[in-house]
Design a protein around this ligand. Structure first.
Ligand code: F6P
Length: 550
């Protein structure tokens, strides 16, 4: 495939960038009173304002030409119709089938995947209802009070983010805990106040070979058996979510307690599959289905809307615009909702594991930048931490502001204050403050001319810093499903433009491989010589210290 810069659509965009790069958004708003109406849209219950971006009415059509040259429309069809879009692992990526709420069959490798998906959904429904109603009992005959999901990466971030986001819909008296880190402190702290007789462990791992998850699962089983004594009780306290039946049974979990999924479900796209079991237990299966429905709504929009009116496509093309023309290297996610506090972390895996690549689909090296660094914290906390850099730093940092219009906790003036802060930040980032305005303000406050001169370089804001604002009516399962699917598709569109495979993650393998070797050396307690001087030196410091402790 040809490189981005050699596409016919590239040069007109490069010329357009030269024209627009010096323009201030304030002037664009002043010139065009219809800018907000022209550059905002609705889809699947979400409202997107993208008018505070460094674009004119000509920019999007030029970016869409790039997408057309990359055959985006057909690539979307390939994604949704089970083609082998993950070319390095020779797999489809059918997360959209997991939330297909229609009767449409979805074929891959000559087989309709929908009957299997429906079978597992029904198994999840039965199980989650049994746990929630108290019909599923632990070894002492008591109902389950605590669920511990043990997994990492996509087997943790997705279900954890969703259960946090849907906290208001969670069943009281059923507490959810998530253990991911191999640091023993994580599982120790999680188990500290739990009663083995009323605790259910969900071992979530697509491969069931992940070192961290298996270490935590074994520790959990040992902790459980210390009280339960009889291994037969494992059956009512441990269930597995996996594609690897043999490894699940080898661990000692009965096949009947396994919830299957398939190799065409990527780890970071798996919360819609059996990996969502903890969510279904927490909020109930009907709510889980509403989450699927919200994502399906966004899938339908993504599949059918024109590219110029397609929310994930527009957001992706804006990212391409900033990364490849303005040289942006990071993207801020600012959810103005405390329940969405894990959303930036979730998006970090979704976007960076997907598009953090330097090889094109055919294996050749890319000659352009790809996925930006994604980061963020819920507003308004970020305002009192890193927003200084976003407003006045030397880097251009495009940002997404996400806020529900209606609060689930309408206490006092909190929500109007939250909304005001969210909107004001996007205005400030766009508008900035020039020297004249600052001088007037300072004069009004009684500052002298020399004082104004001394501080004006520090107290002015260039503005012209781009933001998207996403409004949700409220945080509920359906709007959350649509929001997550929006970002999944945005990431996919970016990958198509950059001609990279977003569904593999070879970059995580080298560290895992080396960790096995280093682990052996640390446990052997002998001095290491096989590495570079730094790595040997560090291992030897650790070994020496451990040997003195032994
Ligand atoms: O190491 C990265 C990764 O493979 C992620 O892609 C995945 O979500 C995570 O590890 C966990 O994998 P598993 O679900 O197989 O334990």
């Amino acid at each position: 495939m040809s490189d981005l810069m050699s596409l016919n659509a590239w040069q007109p965009l490069a010329d357009h960038y030269q024209q627009i790069k010096g323009e201030h958004m304030l002037d664009m708003f002043a010139r065009d009173t219809g800018r907000f109406d022209n550059l905002s849209m609705q889809a699947a219950g979400l409202f997107l304002d993208y008018s505070k971006n460094r674009i004119s009415n000509d920019t999007l059509p030029l970016l869409v030409n790039l997408a057309k040259e990359r055959d985006l429309q057909n690539r979307i069809s390939d994604l949704m119709s089970g083609e082998t879009v993950n070319n390095t692992e020779q797999r489809a990526a059918l997360h959209t089938a997991l939330r297909n709420r229609s009767d449409r069959p979805v074929m891959t490798a000559g087989q309709d995947v929908m009957p299997d998906i429906r079978r597992v959904l029904s198994q999840m429904s039965t199980f989650s209802e049994a746990v929630r109603s108290g019909q599923w009992q632990g070894y002492s005959g008591e109902a389950i009070t605590d669920i511990v999901n043990i997994g990492i990466g996509g087997s943790d971030l997705g279900p954890q983010m969703v259960t946090e986001a849907l906290h208001r819909y969670c069943k009281p008296n059923l507490s959810l805990h998530f253990v991911s880190n191999v640091d023993g402190s994580h599982i120790t702290k999680a188990l500290q106040n739990l009663n083995p007789a009323t605790t259910l462990f969900i071992i979530a791992s697509k491969t069931f070979t992940t070192q961290e998850t298996l270490a935590n699962a074994h520790t959990a089983r040992d902790w459980f058996l210390e009280s339960a004594k009889d291994k037969q009780h494992v059956a009512s306290h441990f269930v597995a979510l996996s594609t690897n039946r043999d490894a699940v049974t080898a661990f000692g979990i009965d096949e009947s307690n396994m919830f299957a999924f398939w190799d065409w479900v990527g780890g970071r796209y798996s919360l819609w599959s059996a990996i969502g079991l903890s969510v279904a237990c927490a909020v109930g299966f009907e709510r889980f289905e509403e989450l699927l429905q919200g994502a399906h709504d966004m899938d339908l929009h993504f599949q059918s809307a024109k590219l110029t009116e397609n929310m994930p496509v527009i957001m992706a093309l804006l990212t391409v615009w900033y990364v490849n023309f303005f040289g942006a290297v990071s993207h801020l996610i600012a959810p103005y909702d405390q329940y969405l506090h894990r959303f930036p972390a979730y998006l970090q895996q979704l976007t960076m594991e997907s598009n953090g690549k330097s090889a094109m689909r055919d294996g050749g090296a890319v000659a352009h930048n790809t996925g930006p660094i994604v980061w963020g914290e819920p507003g308004t906390n970020g305002q009192h931490a890193y927003f200084q850099l976003v407003h006045q730093g030397t880097h251009l940092i495009p940002a997404d502001f996400i806020v529900p219009v209606e609060s689930l906790n309408p206490v006092g003036r909190h929500h109007p204050m939250l909304l005001a802060n969210c909107i004001a930040q996007t205005e400030a980032l766009m508008r900035g403050k020039d020297r004249e305005t600052l001088a007037m303000e300072m004069k009004d406050q009684g500052a002298s001319d020399s004082e104004i001169k001394r501080l004006s370089g520090h107290k002015t804001f260039s503005g012209n810093r781009p933001t998207n604002t996403l409004l949700l009516e409220t945080i509920d399962p359906r709007s959350l499903g649509a929001l997550i699917a929006l970002y999944e598709h945005k990431v996919f569109v970016e990958s198509v433009i950059w001609d990279i495979n977003p569904f593999d993650q070879w970059g995580v393998e080298l560290g895992k491989q080396l960790a096995k070797q280093v682990l052996q050396e640390i446990e052997a307690g002998k001095s290491a010589t096989a590495h570079d001087a730094s790595t040997n030196g560090l291992i030897n410091c650790i070994v020496k210290r451990r040997n003195t402790l032994a």
